[in-house]
Design a protein around this ligand. Structure first.
Ligand code: SF4
Ligand code: SF3
Length: 538
């Protein structure tokens, strides 16, 4: 195995024995083989499109799901990858049969082994390091593209589940993976391709925003309790709002309270979800604290997407996976039928009594923030708001991530902190007060809602008649998995400069590629909160 797609990669260079995330070499090799097979499907689909033939939308939907299942902390179950590889090859061959052109030898012609052991052996031959490329900088950009495509695949899958699709997004997924097997492009072409990946990701996030707000309404500022209500309980984690909606429907009137965990917190802001009286509150913090927090939860737990951690034995019987998530030994429920989760919750003790642990606020999506844009602009003009910080991105287990807590704590009282994604759990319950009625801490949603932050930045720039880079706005980003890579590429595509990125820089960027980013975008690693605040505020 060799994997260096996430921030916690071993020794900051790559996991080659066992994933720090818990991914086994077998699963890693199977995921590599799936990406290899998808590359072949991408070649077939790209050729079909060039020949003017239709590629069914169902192929795109499948492609996104399959690629999403290789994202960090989604699926650790080797048994799930054989069928995905087989279906990929079947889709590829169905398309290939319609083509006039002959596809090249390699991913487009490979024949999967008949059993899991054989597939694992094949996967070991087709890892990231086996992609045809001798130039280390181009290889770095090829890998960056693969990881960005994984992020797009995740957002495209979420959007498709709610009926929003764009064939152009699928076409880019096909072409992107197929391009990693080309050797006719120079460094400049490759820089262009990864920026294009950012552009397509922006379109995908736009689709997802339309999907979420179309299905569940525009989020509204909402107070969310952090304590518990006496009674049976289900905890829902991950990013999939449709799963949550289905669960809320299926538990209505059953005396079970539904709690969000991790990236599900912003779900409380959606009118069509918050209307359920048994959708109670939020429990716990970011994904890396599951072992402590899940072990103490007295009900069933449902993982709808990333990030799942290896379940401890104490709660393996209570945790359920659905959709693309898998962990060997954890019960997987399918097709939106949460009966087994409900049964488990009813059999478990639940919370014995009401407890009050305070509240947090969420629901500051672009619509809600634009609603108070007038007041925000006036406050900036009157000098009451000096600066905005977007402190956003993933959380993770590394101690260096305390930077983000300290940064928010030290941000002066005349500054506003916009946040999104699970990195917020480092400071989400801080009482930062308000500036003339505008809360100083605005939770814009999941990582899936990064589109909201971009919309707000663009609207502010318009109101102040300047570019986004001229706004009193600084981006302090934390990354962990590949959706964050896709978002970063989107920000680069938009020409955003001066971003601060941490806790460490991606291992897959070579010094030359990093230099390019520094020279062209002034991107910098985080230093200390004091130094960074001083540099930004002057
Ligand atoms: Fe390592 Fe991250 Fe890959 Fe897991 S996803 S194997 S932690 S680099
Ligand atoms: Fe978090 Fe996994 Fe990235 Fe959605 S839940 S932001 S890490």
């Amino acid at each position: 195995m060799f994997c260096y797609q996430c921030e916690q990669t071993a020794k900051g260079t790559g996991c080659d024995k066992l994933g720090v995330c818990g991914k086994t070499p077998e699963v890693s090799d199977l995921q590599d083989l799936l990406v290899y097979a998808l590359t072949g499907l991408g070649q077939a689909a790209t050729t079909a499109a060039a020949e003017g033939k239709d590629v069914p939308l169902t192929t795109g939907r499948f492609f996104a799901k399959a690629l999403f299942s290789t994202l960090t902390n989604v699926n650790f179950d080797a048994a799930d990858f054989g069928p995905l590889i087989e279906k990929t090859v079947a889709e590829r061959d169905a398309l290939a049969a319609t083509l006039t052109a002959k596809l090249p030898e390699g991913p487009a012609t490979f024949v999967p082994a008949a059993d899991l052991d054989g597939l694992i052996k094949q996967g070991a031959q087709h890892g990231l390091k086996d992609i045809p490329e001798t130039d280390p900088d181009i290889r770095s950009l090829k890998h960056t593209l693969i990881f960005g495509l994984k992020g797009i695949a995740a957002y495209a899958d979420h959007a498709a589940i709610l009926g929003q699709e764009d064939p152009a997004v699928y076409a880019f997924l096909y072409k992107g993976l197929a391009d990693t097997f080309t050797t006719d492009k120079n460094l400049g072409d490759w820089v262009g391709l990864v920026l294009k990946c950012g552009e397509v990701n922006l379109r995908t996030m736009e689709l997802l925003d339309a999907a979420n707000t179309g299905a569940y309404g525009n989020p509204v500022p909402t107070v969310v309790p952090l304590g518990a209500r006496a009674g049976k309980a289900i905890l829902v984690s991950g990013h999939d709002l449709k799963d949550l909606k289905d669960l809320l429907e299926q538990t209505a009137g059953k005396g079970i309270n539904i709690y969000t965990h991790g990236e599900m917190l912003p779900a409380h802001g959606y009118p069509e979800l918050k209307k359920y009286p048994h959708f109670y509150g939020h429990y716990g913090t970011a994904w890396q604290n599951q072992h402590k927090e899940f072990a103490a939860f007295p009900g069933a737990i449902l993982m709808t997407t990333n990030c799942i951690q290896k379940p401890a034995a104490s709660y393996l019987g209570n945790i359920f996976t659905t959709g693309l998530v898998g962990w060997p030994g954890a019960t997987h429920v399918k097709n939106g039928d949460f009966g087994p989760v409900i049964e488990k919750a009813l059999a478990m003790p639940g919370f014995p009594e009401d407890t009050d642990k305070g509240t947090v606020m969420t629901g500051f999506g672009h619509n809600a923030v634009m609603g108070v844009a007038g007041a925000v602009i006036d406050a900036v003009k009157a000098g009451k708001i000096r600066h905005f910080f977007l402190v956003a991105g993933c959380d993770g287990a590394k101690p260096g991530r305390n930077y983000y807590t300290e940064f928010v704590e030290k941000a002066p009282a005349d500054t506003i902190v916009l946040t999104l994604a699970c990195g917020k759990f480092r400071f989400f319950d801080k009482k930062l007060g308000d500036i003339g009625g505008i809360p100083r801490l605005l939770d814009m949603g999941q990582c899936n809602d990064a589109y909201s932050a971009i919309q707000v930045a663009v609207a502010l720039a318009k109101a102040f008649d300047c570019g986004v880079n001229e706004l009193p706005l600084s981006m302090i980003l934390s990354w962990y998995e590949q959706k964050a890579v896709a978002i970063l590429l989107t920000l680069l595509h938009l020409g955003i400069k001066n971003m601060r990125l941490g806790p460490t820089l991606p291992a897959f960027l070579t010094p030359n590629v990093l230099n390019f980013l520094v020279e062209n975008y002034d991107i910098k690693p985080i230093s200390t909160p004091d130094e960074d605040l001083k540099a930004i505020l002057g």
